[in-house]
Design a protein around this ligand. Structure first.
Ligand code: XLS
Ligand code: NI
Ligand code: NI
Length: 433
C-alpha cells in the first residue's frame, strides 16, 4: 500500500440516508434494474489522465498538484499505477482507460518510449490480474508532444503520419495484451488553425486512409473489441474533422467504415458542437454506431471543454434514457473523462469527485429506467407516429412523388395539426426524477 489514500475507506452502498461522505447513496452495484445489475448497466471507468497525470495547470498558470508520483522515471510510473489501482479498489470500479503518455514516461526516441510502454503494459497486466479493475479502452496521446502540433494522421509531413502509425500500432498491441474492450481515437490535432496553410481535402483523405489501416490492423491481430472515434468540434484545433456524430458518420460512410467503427460520445464535446448529450447518443444509436461515453459536464458559460464531474442527475437521466432505448452498452461503458478543479488538492477530493459522479449516474439510470418501464413516453411516441403504420402511408415511401401527391386530391386530405405535448412529456420526466 502507498500512503496516498491512507485513512480513506472502501466506498460501499449505504442508501440515500447515508451519513458519511464516503458512501454511495444511489450506486448499488448489485441492484437489479430492468433485469441487469447496476454495475453491468453503468460499466464505470476511471480516466488515468485526469486523475493521475494532469498537473493542475490552466492557460494562466502551471502545476498546482503535488503528487508523489510526478516525474519521468519508470519507478514513478509504477508508483502512479500502484496509486491508481488503490483508487480503483476504493471505488470498486470495473474499468479504467489510459493514453500511453499517461502511464509511461516519454523516451528520447520512439524505441525508448516503446520499451517504457511495454514495461508498463507488463506491470498493468499484473495489476489487472491481482485486482477487479480491467481495461475499458486504450488510446494514443497524439496531441501533447510538439511533434503532433500540426496533426498526426493529417500532418502535412508524411514522417509524422509514419510516427502516428507506429504509435497507434503500439497502443493497439498494448490494448490487446491488456484485454481492453475498445480502442479509441480522438483527434484533437486532426484539424486546422487556418485554411490559408491547409490542404483540407488531402488531410481528410489521409485521416480516412489511416482509419482504414487501423481497422485492417485490428482484424490482422484479432482484436475483438470496438474501434471508437470520439467526436469533438474544436479545442485544441480551431476546427476538427470529427466535428460531431453526424459528421463522423458521413466520414465513415465515405471510407466504407460505418460497419467497422463506432463512436465514443462525450458530454462536453456534444455541448461544444451545439448539441445536447442525449441528441448525440440518439443520433449514434439511430445510425447503428453507438459505442461508449465519456461522462463529464461543461461549465455552460466558459465555452471550452472543462471536463467537470457530472452532478445533475435530472439532465443525465435523458442521456441514460437514450442509452437504455438503444439497448445499453455492449463493449462500451461510462468513462469519467473528468477532473477535479485545480484547487481541489486533496486525495479525498479525487475520491469524492468520483463518488459523486457515480451516484449522479446511478440516480440518472434509475430515473431513466423508471421512465422507460412506465412506457408513458414511448406510448406517446408510438401514438404520434401511428399514422405511418397504415398501408397508404407506407406505400407513399415506395412510390414516387406523384403517387404521394395524388392522395391529397383522391382522399381529400386536409391535415389537422396535433399537439406535440412537450410540457406534458417534460412533466413525466420530472415525475421520475
Ligand atoms: C479530449 C478528449 C480526450 C479523449 C481521449 O477532449 O476527451 O480526453 O477522451 O483522448
Ligand atoms: Ni474524452
Ligand atoms: Ni474531452
Amino acid at each position: 500500500m502507498t500512503e496516498f489514500f491512507k485513512n480513506i475507506p472502501a466506498i460501499r452502498y449505504e442508501g440515500p440516508d447515508a451519513t458519511s461522505e464516503f458512501a454511495f447513496r444511489y450506486y448499488n452495484p448489485d441492484e437489479v434494474i430492468l433485469g441487469k445489475r447496476m454495475e453491468d448497466h453503468l460499466r464505470f471507468a476511471v480516466a488515468y489522465w485526469h486523475s493521475f497525470a494532469w498537473p493542475g495547470g490552466d492557460p494562466f498558470g502551471g502545476q498546482t498538484f503535488d503528487r508523489p508520483w510526478f516525474g519521468d522515471s519508470m519507478d514513478l510510473a509504477r508508483l502512479k499505477a500502484d496509486v491508481a489501482f488503490e483508487m480503483f479498489d476504493i471505488l470498486g470500479v470495473p474499468f479504467y482507460c489510459f493514453h500511453d503518455a499517461d502511464m509511461r514516461p516519454e523516451g528520447a526516441t520512439f524505441a525508448e518510449s516503446k520499451r517504457n510502454l511495454d514495461a508498463m503494459v507488463d506491470y498493468l497486466g499484473q495489476k489487472q490480474a491481482d485486482h477487479k479493475t480491467q481495461l475499458l479502452w486504450g488510446t494514443a496521446n497524439m496531441f501533447s508532444n510538439r511533434r503532433w502540433m500540426s496533426g498526426a494522421a493529417t500532418n502535412p509531413d508524411p514522417d509524422v503520419y509514419a510516427y502516428a502509425a507506429a504509435t497507434v500500432k503500439a497502443n493497439m498491441d498494448a490494448t490487446l495484451t491488456l484485454g481492453g474492450q475498445n480502442y479509441v481515437l480522438w483527434g484533437g490535432r486532426e484539424g486546422y488553425e487556418t485554411l490559408l496553410n491547409t490542404d483540407l481535402a488531402a488531410e481528410r483523405a489521409h485521416a480516412g486512409r489511416f482509419l482504414q489501416q487501423v481497422v485492417e490492423y485490428k482484424h490482422k491481430i484479432g482484436f475483438k473489441g470496438a474501434i471508437l472515434i470520439e467526436p469533438k468540434p474544436q479545442e485544441p484545433s480551431k476546427h476538427q474533422y470529427d466535428y460531431d456524430v453526424a459528421t463522423v458518420y458521413g466520414f465513415l460512410k465515405d471510407f466504407g467504415l460505418e460497419k467497422e467503427v463506432q463512436v465514443n460520445i462525450e458530454q462536453g464535446h456534444a455541448i461544444l458542437a451545439g448539441h445536447s448529450f442525449e441528441h448525440e447518443i440518439a443520433m449514434a444509436a439511430s445510425l447503428g454506431i453507438f459505442g461508449s461515453i465519456d461522462m463529464n459536464r461543461n461549465d455552460y458559460q466558459s465555452g471550452w471543454d472543462t471536463d467537470q464531474f457530472p452532478n445533475n442527475h435530472a439532465e443525465k437521466a435523458l442521456a441514460f434514457y437514450e442509452i437504455l432505448r438503444a439497448g445499453g452498452y455492449t463493449t462500451g461503458g461510462t468513462n469519467f473523462d473528468a477532473k477535479v478543479r485545480r484547487q481541489s488538492l486533496d486525495a479525498e477530493d479525487l475520491i469524492l469527485a468520483h463518488v459523486g459522479g457515480m451516484d449522479t449516474c446511478a440516480r440518472a439510470l434509475k430515473c431513466a429506467a423508471a421512465m422507460l418501464e412506465s412506457d408513458e413516453l414511448e406510448a406517446n411516441r408510438r401514438a404520434r407516429y401511428a399514422g405511418w403504420e397504415t398501408d397508404a402511408a407506407k406505400a407513399m415511401l415506395e412510390g414516387g412523388l406523384e403517387a404521394a401527391a395524388a392522395r391529397v386530391t383522391a382522399e381529400g386530405l386536409e391535415p389537422q395539426p396535433v399537439s406535440g405535448r412537450q410540457e406534458r412529456l417534460e412533466n413525466l420526466w420530472n415525475k421520475y426524477i
